[in-house]
Design a protein around this ligand. Structure first.
Ligand code: TXA
Ligand code: MG
Length: 323
């Protein structure tokens, strides 16, 4: 059977078509600097329901609302804390999601009934043009089926969700490659719920004290903090010494920088030959996708230093290892 490709270039014409599709309640996957998002009009509960259906995502998992203009903050959210505007001016557009009290115009389905919503302005010209041209508020989880690896190319989206969505805009590989940092601004002390490209240190420079949710000890407050998430289909083991792996021939190695460590493995992915965290983050999900479809039966991931972006990278690797 001949299947029509869902992938479209990001020409002005296609972005306009995609915006029209969103206005009519359709679903469009679009590039952001972090990962591809599966967008629907955030103010249309029918469209939001379709997102959950396409992802096979439990409806208790709240979505991030993407905006393109700072003016949308006060249209959607009830912000009392001036630090929210300060953060928005400093980090947006960029990979930071802020949890703030929502207004009634935001459907409960978007926040899964929570009184607070997640807001983010992505740093990608196509995403910004699309959001502006549509309703100004686009709900978008990562464009993968529930629990699976986040997509960093249009092809990843097509392979996973293709027939279930209306259009995929192809903006090339995502620059950052890891999902945004989620920061809860509803309490007195801001709290990181999900580490991401904006690091704890970056946030402390602007805010002073910042808490970090310890997902090993606390009950998940939002299901993105479920342990099993961002998982390849194959078992993934975190490894201090790749050399000690026994059945190398049938195993895949996820190596941080030194390709020598992957010698003898059935498949190998090196995140950054130079040991550059930015490069490693950008390549992580694509590397896991490739290992997942390679002939090996399991994946061994080398532990990497949990400094700066390394913390967010290891967070995704921990989650990928928990089944
Ligand atoms: O980089 C990103 O954030 C990407 C791109 C597409 O923007 N989006 C993304 O969305 O990763 P998603 O749905 O895969 O992850 C959203 C995270 C989840 O961990 C969810 O639990 C949390 O944000 N979240 C959303 N709304 C929340 C809320 N009201 N309170 C607490 N956490 C919330
Ligand atoms: Mg996700």
């Amino acid at each position: 059977m001949w299947l029509k490709s869902m992938i479209y270039s990001c020409s002005e014409k296609h972005v306009k078509e995609a915006a029209l599709c969103l206005k009519r309640g359709g679903l469009v996957a679009f590039p952001t600097e972090t990962v591809y998002g599966l967008g629907g009009n955030a103010l249309d509960p029918g469209a939001v329901a379709r997102i959950f259906e396409a992802k096979g995502r439990p409806e208790f998992d709240p979505l991030i609302t993407h905006i393109a203009d700072l003016g949308m903050i006060d249209i959607l959210a009830e912000v009392q804390d001036s630090r929210v505007y300060e953060l928005a001016r400093y980090f947006w557009p960029g990979p930071l999601t802020l949890i703030v009290p929502k207004k009634n115009c935001v459907p409960d389905l978007v926040t899964s009934g929570l009184p607070a919503m997640a807001l983010r302005m992505p740093d990608h010209p196509v995403a910004l043009a699309l959001i502006r041209e549509a309703s100004g508020a686009v709900a978008a989880p990562s464009a993968n089926s529930f629990g699976y690896l986040s997509p960093t190319t249009a092809r990843h989206v097509e392979e996973d969700l293709g027939p279930r969505i209306d259009m995929i805009l192809d903006g090339g590989p995502c620059r950052v490659g890891l999902e945004s940092t989620v920061l809860d601004m509803t309490g007195t002390v801001p709290e990181i719920l999900r580490p991401g490209a904006v690091s704890l240190q970056n946030l402390e420079e602007v805010l002073g004290a910042v808490k970090v949710l310890n997902r090993r000890e606390e009950i998940p407050r939002a299901p993105g903090q479920l342990k099993m998430h961002y998982s390849p289909r194959k078992a993934l083991y975190i490894c201090d010494d790749l050399n000690s792996v026994e059945d190398k021939a049938h195993s895949g190695a996820l190596v941080f920088s030194n390709s020598e460590k992957g010698r003898g493995f059935g498949a190998m992915e090196v995140l950054s030959e130079q040991g550059d965290m930015l490069v490693a983050a950008a390549r992580l999900f694509a590397a896991l996708h490739r290992l997942d479809i390679s002939p090996v039966v399991r994946i061994h991931a080398e532990r990497i230093p949990e400094k700066g972006l390394g913390r967010a990278i290891m967070d995704r690797i921990y989650k990928a290892s928990e089944k």
